[in-house]
Design a binder for this molecule. Structure first.
Ligand SMILES: Cc1cc2nc3c(=O)[nH]c(=O)nc-3n(C[C@H](O)[C@H](O)[C@H](O)COP(=O)(O)OP(=O)(O)OC[C@H]3O[C@@H](n4cnc5c(N)ncnc54)[C@H](O)[C@@H]3O)c2cc1C
Length: 841
């Protein structure tokens, strides 16, 4: 099963840098350190380097075996800047810039071949994806270039292009020797004063209340903070902290050919080639080629008791399994016929760790104090540099320079177990290069969390989406042929149906199950006082609800919660399904000592129905015999009401911007309450609607959505949330920074834009995508949330832009998938019912 280490290719030249090679590990284990990093792959060494670089030199890295012995030593070492996520592009482009200078910075020789890379497009949609990423890159200083088929052939003469749509060039892509990279980072860290102890496996950890005790066969070490950087062994290490790390090891293979005369004859190394539509990368390795596919039928390892993870897999590989790659090898040979002329000399089949969404875990360890994760990296070579910087910022400064929710470990919550992780990881691996269309919902791992109402909604024809693991109706297709996921960057196939749902809600009434809100019941003497110092604005009065924003010390947005005040010191805090563990940890971390205030997680106990539209008050009046008009039941107030013999807390509020009520009832009562509302609603044309319609309607109202347009990239003031900042309060988190920003004036401003396309002469679909805003020809901001507003008939983009540029703006446009769309600023940012008259019927 297991192959011995071979070193017949130049990327794994194992040289152990630094001055501890001849010392025994036990002699080197210090008694304490500020941070202990566990795991000496590319990522752990980068974390250590960046901690030291930022001034925290009293840090120690513990490595079970030799540095690089996990996944790092055998990686192909490709380092692309191209990636569809803002966070990842920031991480990767930081890495590639660092790697270009790292050898000089730390005085360590490094093989980093910056060859550039070509990415092939087989279709218009793929080309549009490239254009979108190209625009993202420009915003971050990453220059990607569109290529024609002849451009590609000019720099890659062996490429077959007759059936291609074109391509893209990343001039700063290339391949690095992962072992040398790791050793360079290790040397840099050591030179700054950090320590590395090899052959020192961590076997136990214990939280002593104010510090960690870390046990190894070579002794114990105390630390203020600990980092799990154990690569594919992150799960094993996580268990020592009582944490189930969502990590599955998949087998990823590449093959290397014998030398090819045509390549030997060239002066320059070929650019890297990626064919995302066929799903492989191909690059020159010495005078041969290296081919690495992401195949459809990939294999997971170490998931069951009959296939346990060996205690030690250092410098080892899985057996070759080339049969799985046959289709890809043939496809690549047709694309680059030169590949077919050479024999295979080596296959590398190694463990590649995957989370459910294929992005790494970088940030606080959920539910565990003073512990962090930098593990489960699928592209850990190119991401190591940026990941190290990001985690060092989080540990030292308490917050990162930019929003990092995409990689935050708290994004996976209580539904994520091994089976879920494996199903999603395999799906993600086999779609590694797939196009991620807006609103796409992948099928694996579904129905992890759902309410008793699921079957009713399914019978009513709902197409579901997953929200923090909870199933909610996305839309209601009129016929079976429409039941398919998003498959385009253009107007989606659900456009008319969702438009119909919005118009129906606006004319009559709609019902939507919103179960899955994260809910925390906060009670006890001092609860009001405590929360007042945590949030930027005011707490609602008893009987009322209010929006509460939590800012970071730098005034950036951490989260938004709806606060329902039941009594003087009795609150429900309600927040998005995805924010579950993030907000739980945020609250618990600052809970006053002494135990007078308690937090109860009641997320799974309660269900929510939204009944909204001009006829909603009449429906509830029919059910209760009480007047439900705004005069009798005011907007933003709540009541306990008996509905169908079930106790419910009813709040007069609607994210759709119509008259409406959120009904919060016991999970076990939700079917009964739903049936009763549907029965009462029959006389008022009540119909179910879905999340896609709600998203359209909230954009028209200028309502925000967490981690779409409410991110820690921006401060409260930059995000236009000044009216939720009360500077008259003595103290709250972020006050000093926001006060300073207010005095100096914000650099950026939140705007709502409507877009039109001069080429279409008509409004277009949902494809207003997270794109760049250009003001008077200069890149001046970013779209943070976008879609189509069906009630107002406009494409809407929420954006944060440069304030000075906006003040002088003559010509604003948004670049959507490479096409310029004219943009107009919406006065007051609200397109639909700016006076809120409809909600106060
Ligand atoms: C075939 C293949 C090709 C790849 N090609 C690329 C590529 O081209 N580009 C790219 O970016 N990525 C690539 N990858 C992925 C890349 O190899 C990994 O993402 C990366 O190496 C992860 O680095 P790491 O530091 O997180 O983990 P690792 O390198 O696995 O390091 C983790 C370390 O933790 C140590 N450890 C574990 N448990 C303990 C413990 N209890 N105590 C102390 N130490 C412990 C281990 O010994 C190990 O050294 C490839 C992967 C494979 C399999």
């Amino acid at each position: 099963m297991v192959k011995p280490l071979e070193r017949d290719f130049d990327m794994t030249t194992q040289t152990v840098a630094g001055n501890d090679t001849d010392l025994t590990a036990s002699a080197k284990l210090p008694a304490s350190a500020r941070v202990v990093v566990i795991g000496g792959g590319a990522v752990g060494c980068s974390v250590l380097y960046h901690l030291a670089e930022m001034g925290w030199t009293d840090c120690v890295l513990l490595e079970k075996n030799e540095l690089t012995s996990g996944s790092t030593w055998h990686a192909a070492g490709n380092c692309p800047n191209f990636v569809g996520s803002w966070t990842m592009m920031k991480i990767q482009s930081y890495s590639t810039a660092l790697y270009r200078k790292l050898g000089d910075l730390v005085d360590y020789p490094m093989n980093y071949h910056v060859t550039g890379a070509i990415r092939l497009a087989h279709s218009r949609q793929r080309m549009e994806e490239f254009r979108h990423v190209q625009a993202m890159g420009r915003h971050m200083g990453v220059e990607l270039e569109e290529m024609s088929n002849s451009d590609m052939q000019a720099i890659y003469p062996f490429l077959e292009t007759h059936d291609l749509y074109g391509g893209q060039f990343d001039p700063l892509d290339g391949d690095i020797d992962p072992a040398q990279l790791t050793q360079a980072l290790a040397k840099g860290a050591r030179d700054l004063g950090a320590k590395i102890v090899r052959f020192c496996p961590v076997t136990a950890v214990e939280w002593l209340g104010d510090e960690w005790k870390i046990t190894t066969p070579n002794g114990q070490i105390r630390a203020e903070y600990v980092v799990n950087a154990a690569g594919y062994r992150a799960g094993e290490l996580g268990k020592m902290f009582g944490r189930d790390v969502p990590c599955v090891s998949l087998a990823h293979q590449y093959l290397i050919t014998e030398p090819i005369a045509e390549l030997t004859a060239r002066d320059e190394k070929l650019p890297l080639l990626r064919d995302p539509d066929s799903s492989y990368y191909l690059r020159q390795e010495k005078d041969g080629l290296l081919l690495g596919p992401y195949e459809k039928n990939c294999r997971a390892h170490w998931l069951s008791s009959d296939d346990p993870m060996p205690d030690d897999f250092s410098f080892q590989l899985y057996n070759d399994d080339l049969e799985r790659l046959e289709w890809y090898i043939e496809d690549a040979c047709a694309r680059v016929p030169l590949l077919g002329t050479a024999g295979i000399t080596r296959v590398v089949n190694g463990p590649i760790p995957y989370t459910p969404d294929g992005l790494p875990l970088i940030g606080p360890m959920p539910g565990v104090p003073n512990a962090f994760e930098a593990c489960v990296f699928t592209f850990g070579i190119v991401q190591a540099g940026g990941a190290g910087k990001l985690l060092a910022e989080i540990i030292i400064e308490g917050e990162a320079e930019s929003d990092s929710w995409a990689v935050d470990p708290r994004r996976f919550t209580d539904h994520v177990d091994t089976a879920y992780t494996a199903a999603k990881a395999i799906e993600t691996y086999s779609h590694e290069y797939a196009m991620h269309f807006p609103q796409i919902q992948w099928p694996a791992g579904r129905k992890s969390k759902y309410s008793p109402l699921y079957d009713r909604l399914a019978a009513a024809g709902a197409e579901f989406g997953s929200y923090g693991g909870w199933e909610r109706a996305d839309w209601f297709p009129a016929n079976a042929a429409d039941r398919r996921p998003a498959n385009s960057y253009d107007r989606q196939h659900w456009f008319d149906a969702v438009g119909g749902e919005c118009r129906h809600v606006a004319a009559h009434a709609g019902i939507l199950e919103l179960t899955g809100f994260s809910r925390f019941h906060v009670t006890g003497v001092g609860a009001d006082q405590w929360l007042t110092t945590r949030i930027t604005g005011n707490m609602p009065r008893v009987g009322r609800i209010g929006l509460a924003y939590f800012a970071s010390p730098k005034g950036k947005i951490l989260t938004e919660m709806t606060v329902t005040r039941l009594a003087e010191n009795d609150f429900w805090l309600m927040t998005g399904a995805g924010a579950y563990w993030h907000d739980r940890d945020l609250l618990i971390a600052s809970l006053p000592a002494g135990g007078s205030v308690t937090i109860n997680d009641v997320t799974r106990n309660l269900a929510t129905l939204l009944v909204t539209g001009p006829k909603a008050p009449a429906i509830l009046a029919d059910m209760t015999g009480q007047s439900m008009t705004h005069d009798d039941f005011a907007w933003l107030s709540h009541r306990n009401i008996d509905l169908a013999n079930c106790q419910a807390n009813v709040i007069r509020v609607s994210f759709a911007g119509e008259a409406g009520f959120e009904i919060h009832c016991q999970m076990n009562d939700v079917v009964r309450v739903y049936d009763a509302v549907m029965a009462a609603g029959a006389a008022h044309q009540l119909r179910p609607f879905g999340m896609l319609a709600l998203d359209s309607m909230r954009l028209e109202k200028g309502y925000r959505s967490w981690k779409a347009d409410l991110t820690s990239d921006y401060t409260m003031l930059e995000s236009g949330l000044g009216r939720w900042v009360n500077f008259n309060k003595d103290d709250f988190v972020g006050r000093a920074a926001l006060q300073a920003e207010k005095q100096a004036g914000s650099q950026r401003e939140f705007v709502t834009l409507t877009l039109d396309d001069p080429n279409d002469g008509a409004p277009f679909g949902e494809a207003v995508y997270l794109s760049n805003v250009s003001i008077d020809g200069v890149d001046a901001g970013l779209v943070v949330s976008a879609g189509y507003g069906h009630r107002v008939g406009a494409s809407i983009a929420m954006a944060v832009v440069d304030r000075q540029a906006l003040a002088k703006a003559k010509d604003i446009s948004v670049l959507v998938l490479g096409r310029k769309r004219r943009a107009t600023v919406v006065e007051g940012n609200v397109l639909y019912d700016p006076e809120n008259a409809k909600m106060k019927v």
